[in-house]
Design a binder for this molecule. Structure first.
Ligand SMILES: [Zn+2]
Length: 316
């Protein structure tokens, strides 16, 4: 009897224990699921907080009119596909001129952004163009005109005394003929100052005295003063070459035009070569800084820079 009683008691206790465990487990399950559902509910309740990123995006967009977002999308296409002509040559897109365009309109924003479109729009306003923010053909032609207007106007042929013979070490090609190493005096001084500044800022290889080191090719002179006689000689040698290559009135006649090494093939206008050149730190530095030293670009040839010392005064 005592044994049976004990057994019953054991069974009851065991049953109770199992029940308790089950209850606890159940509670625990609820306990776990509760925070989950609560979390879900909270997340729903927090709905106004969760879309904070959206609110931010909205805010970012709202600082630009929708028209600029549209212009940015169109610029993304136009950058590579806009059809236009320069001289008689068919051109496609303006991607080769992005650093120059950015400098001209005063932005560092990428060409596909509303910021860029906004800077274009402000520039268009200044030139009485429809301020769409789209870098369309009309705007590009206006900009090309602006770049061209800042170039050398004078085609004055220098007298012997106006020219200095630059050391061959300044030249890209160390075997260049002596008759091809002359530069107009002031232009050469300005070039030296510019290269000294660039060498520091671009960390170019220099000697102890701050000159470009012999192995450094960037910013060396590829071509400077060309005499009429020399140009004539070239023309006779290749009578079918294009007018751009061997111009009858080359700015190089003045001694104030320098072809400067900015990467790639020194002076090849092929798009692929220019695409490489306009991405080099040397070219980008020139675009931003050359003007301070009196040098202005010929937009179509990333290597060609002209010394126009009084340009800043003239255009004001
Ligand atoms: Zn040139």
């Amino acid at each position: 009897m005592k044994k049976r009683y004990l057994f019953s008691l054991f069974v009851v206790l065991a049953f109770g224990a199992v029940l308790s465990i089950l209850t606890l487990t159940k509670l625990k399950i609820y306990g776990q699921s509760a925070p989950n559902s609560q979390f879900t509910e909270n997340a729903e309740a927090d709905t106004p907080k969760t879309p904070a990123p959206n609110a931010f995006i909205k805010k970012t967009n709202s600082s630009f009119p929708a028209s600029l977002a549209t212009a940015a999308n169109e610029n993304r296409m136009l950058k590579n596909s806009l059809a236009w002509t320069f001289g008689a040559k068919q051109q496609r897109g303006w991607y080769l001129y992005v650093p120059l365009i950015q400098q001209t309109v005063g932005t560092e924003a990428e060409a596909e952004t509303p910021e860029f479109a906004q800077a274009i729009s402000a520039w268009q306003q200044k030139f009485d163009l429809p301020a769409s923010g789209r870098l369309d053909r009309e705007t590009l032609m206006q900009m090309v005109g602006w770049w061209q207007a800042r170039r050398l106007k004078s085609s004055r042929y220098p007298s012997g005394g106006d020219l200095v013979a630059a050391p061959i070490a300044d030249f890209y090609d160390p075997s260049r003929a002596a008759e091809l190493t002359r530069v107009e005096r002031e232009t050469y001084e300005a070039y030296r100052k510019m290269v000294a500044a660039a060498a520091k800022e671009l960390n170019l290889k220099t000697t102890k005295t701050g000159e470009l080191a012999p192995e450094e090719k960037f910013l060396r002179i590829v071509s400077s003063f060309r005499s009429r006689e020399y140009q004539e000689k070239l023309r006779r040698a290749s009578p079918h070459s294009g007018s751009a290559g061997l111009a009858v009135n080359s700015p190089h006649f003045t001694g104030r035009a320098l072809d400067i090494y900015v990467g790639g093939e020194p002076t090849i206008t092929k798009d692929s070569n220019r695409a490489l050149q306009v991405e080099t730190p040397a070219y980008k530095w020139l675009v931003k800084n050359a003007e301070k030293f009196g040098f202005y670009p010929y937009y179509y040839e990333p290597w060609h820079w002209e010394y126009v010392p009084n340009r800043a005064v003239e255009i004001k």
